[in-house]
Design a binder for this molecule. Structure first.
Ligand code: PMP
Length: 394
């Protein structure tokens, strides 16, 4: 049997991490992998997470199984964090999943169960693992226009035109905020038009919210999701606690569905739990429980929000600094959109050759499509990067 195995396609980001590690230069810059870093280049355990772990260690008296959907208190707390308290509470169903990736996988399985023929529309570009999961599950995939390479912003007109052509019952995957890989997000007006268009077409949104709190703040980052929940009868929402709680390796995620009424929501809950049962029975609990403790304790929650806010503003300051340095060094407006982007990523308008030159000549590692992780920079390295990019024209 094993002789039939073939090499799997290399994950471009993980290959880049390895190439960076193997590079002997000391003045190298890793802007590849999507992990937050502080000014010292560390990905720290957040203060509130440490405190919640201490409390859990002292107070937890059993490691027995939870429920198939995970602890209902986690689903309730996360549901409120994403939607705000009181929105569509009787239409919600949810399961805890291993990370946001697990939520995406289970969302696709949910669609496969409920409407296997649904075509799934994804933005061009999107997080490569969306495409990989859709291919692995044999889904019918189509792409809608999203990024305007000329302006570095969202191609609003192209996006709405493409979404106007989706069939009734199709699923439309949307990044709720901090689009990965481009950093370009729809503005409030475009979210309204998305809601109207999906409503007219009878399409179901699949929202991926992996960076809530990294863009413009916890509530603003969820505004698009909340608008769609207020407007549309059915939605799927995949959330990750990897970035905003720094719980990457603990694998904390949530798949939240919104049904048209409470009866259908009960059916959705049973289906979701069945999907967990088939995949791994019970979802991981440790990280989810830390999130529940933090969100349920006013002091821990305030401390978590403070720390998250300092991460967000650090990235925003770096983006503004980078846009300004690039403008100065290149004497052009080519990179101005960097300041308008949000979250951890920005797609720079660079050719493949330029990206290769940056790696070879300057030890700057970025993903092949020009995506950089802003958190991989600091106030010292921003000017170095800007000068390296400007020198490409020499
Ligand atoms: N969706 C998007 C758009 C992402 O960027 C990520 C993380 N890279 C995820 C989902 C899932 O993250 P995780 O499984 O680590 O929680």
């Amino acid at each position: 049997m094993f002789e039939n195995l073939k090499p799997q396609p290399a994950d471009s980001i993980l290959s880049l991490m390895k190439a960076f590690r193997d590079d002997p230069r000391t003045e190298k810059l890793d802007l590849g992998v999507g992990v937050y870093r502080d000014a010292d280049g560390r990905t720290p355990v957040m203060r509130a997470v440490k405190a919640a772990e201490r409390r859990l260690w002292e107070e937890q008296d059993t490691k027995s199984y939870t429920a198939l959907g995970g602890d209902p208190a986690f689903a309730a707390a996360m549901g409120d964090l994403i939607l705000g308290e009181g929105l569509a509470t009787d239409r919600r169903s949810a399961i805890a999943t291993p990370g946001g990736t697990g939520a995406v996988r289970q969302a696709i399985e949910f669609i496969r169960t409920a409407r296997p023929e649904a075509r799934i529309w994804v933005p061009d570009p999107t997080w490569p693992n969306h495409l990989s999961i859709l291919a692995a599950t044999g889904r019918d995939v189509a792409h809608y226009r999203y990024f305007d390479a000329e302006t570095g912003g969202v191609d609003d007109a192209g996006m709405i035109a493409d979404l106007s052509a989706v069939a009734k019952g199709d699923v439309v995957l949307l990044h709720a905020c901090c689009h990965n890989p481009t950093g370009a997000d729809p503005d409030a007006e475009t979210w309204k038009r998305i809601a109207e268009t999906l409503g007219e077409r009878g399409a179901v949104p699949l929202l991926d919210i992996a960076y809530q709190g990294f863009g413009d703040g916890l509530d603003t980052d969820a505004a698009g999701v909340r608008l769609l929940v207020q407007t549309l009868p059915e939605l799927l929402i995949c959330a990750s606690c990897s970035k905003n709680f720094g719980l990457y390796r603990e694998r904390v995620g949530l798949l939240l569905t919104i049904a048209r009424d409470a009866d259908t929501a009960r059916m959705a809950q049973a289906t979701l739990e069945h999907l967990n049962r088939q995949a791994y029975s019970f979802p991981p609990d440790h990280g989810a429980r830390l999130v529940t403790i933090i969100l349920g304790d006013p002091a821990l929650r305030a401390d978590w929000q403070d720390e998250l806010e300092s991460m967000r503003t650090r990235m925003l300051d770096l983006r503004r600094q980078l846009a300004a340095e690039l403008r100065r060094e290149t004497n052009s407006e080519r990179f101005d959109a960097v300041a308008d982007h949000r979250g951890m990523f920005t797609r720079l308008r660079l050719s493949e050759d330029e990206i290769a030159t940056l790696r070879e000549r300057h030890g700057v590692y970025m993903v092949g499509d020009g995506r950089i992780n802003i958190a991989g920079l600091d106030t010292r390295t921003v000017p170095i990067l800007a000068r390296a990019i400007a020198s490409l024209g020499d």
